[in-house]
Design a protein around this ligand. Structure first.
Ligand code: ASP
Length: 349
């Protein structure tokens, strides 16, 4: 097995195909272990995981906290509304407080791009051992969501062994508000690294042409792309057209909180053009899975009936898979034992 080399996890652009394989393999092992209730894995005993969410979250935060607890870590969560931020403390000073308390991992979400990276750089410079896991920064990156989406799609195509190769040659459509979506960006890096072609679909206001070159330049701070041959990215304005040749489709929430002007005024029209329904899937002879990172606006990105149809819609699988994926990330970043050492990842009660 390859060696895990990431101190912090900030952006999936930095992941090689082997990195994706390591996370998926480990998550698959965690998923098959009975670690609910009182049964826990001792891997992170004595470690402290702090979740610092400066933006609202339902799934990501609770999923990280459950993942940490299932690995026996202590968990401390920070709420901006009841914190000293209200007394004028800076974000970095807040983070330093958790470092001083001995946090091994800081999971951080912020509405500004690059806050997790800045914090990681500052910790490195200060010689701290604390590592940073990006829980979502602005519209830039949401690595754990990209990983759980990748795992969920791979698991749909290869139930017994969800690995990057399961994505090779697949055609995945991402439809909706790509412009404001950190999930779309993380999925672009993850899916393309595993050999899938990605079609971005939506109106020009939400899917600008510039996205067609998104994968071409390595992101700032990275000289080389760690992936030899990525899948391609294409843009389409017609959902029907791209669905007819797609293997899977992911639809995205309209991120009104990040829209600076009124990009969309007619939600009925948006639903007609880009909403997913049973009728549309049937008309386009699409028989693959439907994903959504949540939270979903019923009747906008997809119909309520489709959202509730577990035979097609994998939203609940995504939520379920988020826990073992986050366990894998926390384990890789904070456990002192190597991955192959089995005693610390066998369940105790
Ligand atoms: N929950 C995802 C995120 O934090 C997607 C969304 O909010 O629409 O980016």
């Amino acid at each position: 097995m390859s060696v895990w080399s990431h101190r912090h996890v900030l952006d999936l652009a930095a992941f090689s195909r082997a990195d994706f394989a390591i996370v998926m393999e480990l998550a698959h092992r965690f998923r098959s272990m009975p670690v609910t209730g009182a049964r826990k894995l001792p891997a992170l005993q004595g470690r402290l995981v702090a979740t610092l969410f400066f933006e609202p979250s339902t799934r990501t935060r609770s999923s990280f906290e459950l993942a940490a607890k299932r690995l026996s870590a202590d968990v401390q969560s920070f709420s901006p509304s009841s914190s000293s931020l209200n007394k004028g403390e800076s974000l970095l000073d807040t983070a330093r407080t958790y470092v001083a308390m001995g946090a091994d991992v800081l999971v951080i979400r912020h509405r500004c791009t690059d806050v997790p990276a800045q914090l990681a750089a500052e910790l490195d410079e200060a010689g701290e051992r604390t590592v940073v896991l990006n829980g979502g920064d602005g519209q830039h990156s949401h690595p754990s969501q990209g990983l759980l989406d990748l795992y969920t799609i791979a698991n749909y195509f290869h139930r017994n062994h969800p690995q990057p190769n399961a994505l090779q040659g697949k055609r995945i459509v991402i439809v909706g508000d790509v412009l404001h979506s950190r999930v779309a960006r993380s999925n672009l890096w993850a899916l393309s690294a595993c050999g899938a072609d990605v079609v971005l679909c939506g109106p020009p206001s939400l899917v600008p042409e510039a996205f067609s070159t998104f994968l071409e330049a390595p992101p700032p701070g990275q000289d080389l792309d760690p992936v030899h041959q990525r899948g391609k990215v294409q843009i389409s304005r017609s959902l029907d057209e791209c669905l007819s040749s797609a293997d899977a489709v992911m639809t995205l929430r309209l991120q009104k909180e990040r829209m600076t002007n009124h990009l969309l005024t007619d939600l009925d029209r948006y639903h007609r053009d880009y909403g997913l329904t049973h009728e549309r899937l049937l008309r386009c002879s699409f028989s693959g899975p439907v994903l959504h990172p949540g939270p979903v606006n019923r009747g906008v990105e997809m119909s309520g009936a489709l959202l509730d149809d577990r035979s097609i819609c994998l939203v609940e699988d995504q939520v379920r898979n988020g826990i073992p994926i986050r366990m894998a990330l926390l384990y890789l970043m904070a456990a002192s034992e190597p991955v192959a050492e089995s005693s610390r990842i066998s369940a105790s009660s």
